[in-house]
Design a protein around this ligand. Structure first.
Ligand code: PXP
Length: 238
């Protein structure tokens, strides 16, 4: 059965908008687990725009599921991951100016560097995943480099409609077959929401879906009325 990894970066985005202590992603990871999350994902970016070092170390101590650390393949992040020892590391491309991760990793131009990098993490008993576009070439390189798993980028699928979306879904399905034949664990994510998730979740051998934005957006929709009601009650109950 396909499982759910909840990405809580947006909780930290709200906190960092005021550089204060709330909302605390650690508390929200607990709530996500109560809701049934099978793992918690955070992206520790080089610029620390949302998740902070303090968050990842506290999450490691407090969550009861699995911790998936998304990070760029840099020496700084390697040192942090080896200290933190998350259950999984997902390597993602990172550009300073992007709003969110825009594309999959380009494995082809970094084979030797990534081989050493992945080997180093696996030496600390961390399972390593590659965030890649659903392309045959990228899957073959994932195997060659030594990744345990892949996360197929569903951003394009999420943006497309109609027949174009069906074709992209087909590429994701074929990528899943190939990766499964090669013995890789297959995850997927980016842009998945309450309307488009079912077809991806139904793919054979789809292990886990990583979802953030739509879940946090839904949390605001289902929670705002109550939070306003509580504030109104404090103001009017003198
Ligand atoms: N997977 C990866 C590798 C990501 O970078 C992100 C976004 O941080 C996600 C999944 C979740 O995407 P979304 O927030 O669109 O659900």
């Amino acid at each position: 059965m396909t499982t759910l990894g909840v990405n809580i970066d947006h909780i930290a985005n709200v906190r960092q908008a005021r550089k204060t202590i709330e909302p605390d992603p650690v508390q929200f990871a607990f709530l996500a687990e109560l809701g049934g999350a099978d793992s918690i994902t955070v992206h520790l970016r080089e610029d620390r725009r949302h998740i902070q070092d303090r968050d990842v170390f506290l999450l490691k101590e407090t969550i009861k599921t699995k911790l998936n650390l998304e990070m760029a393949a840099t020496e700084e992040m390697l040192e942090i991951a080896k200290k933190l020892l998350p259950d999984y590391v997902t390597l993602v491309p990172e550009k300073r100016e992007e709003v969110t991760t825009e594309g999959g990793l380009d494995l082809k131009s970094n084979v030797n560097y990534l081989k050493n990098f992945v080997e180093n993490l696996k030496g600390s008993n961390i399972e390593v995943s590659a965030f890649i576009d659903p392309l045959v070439e990228q899957i073959n390189y994932s195997k060659e480099i030594g990744f345990n798993s892949i996360e197929l980028h569903t951003g394009k699928y999420a943006e497309l409609t109609g027949q174009d979306q069906d074709e992209e879904l087909q590429s994701i399905i074929e990528s899943t077959h190939l990766a499964n034949d090669l013995g890789l664990v297959i995850n997927a994510g980016h842009g998945l929401n309450y309307n488009n998730v079912k077809k991806i979740a139904a793919i054979n051998n789809m292990n886990e879906l990583n979802i953030g934005h739509s879940i946090v957006a839904r949390a605001l929709a289902v929670g705002l009325e109550k939070s306003v009601r509580e504030m109104k009650s404090l103001i009017t109950s003198n």
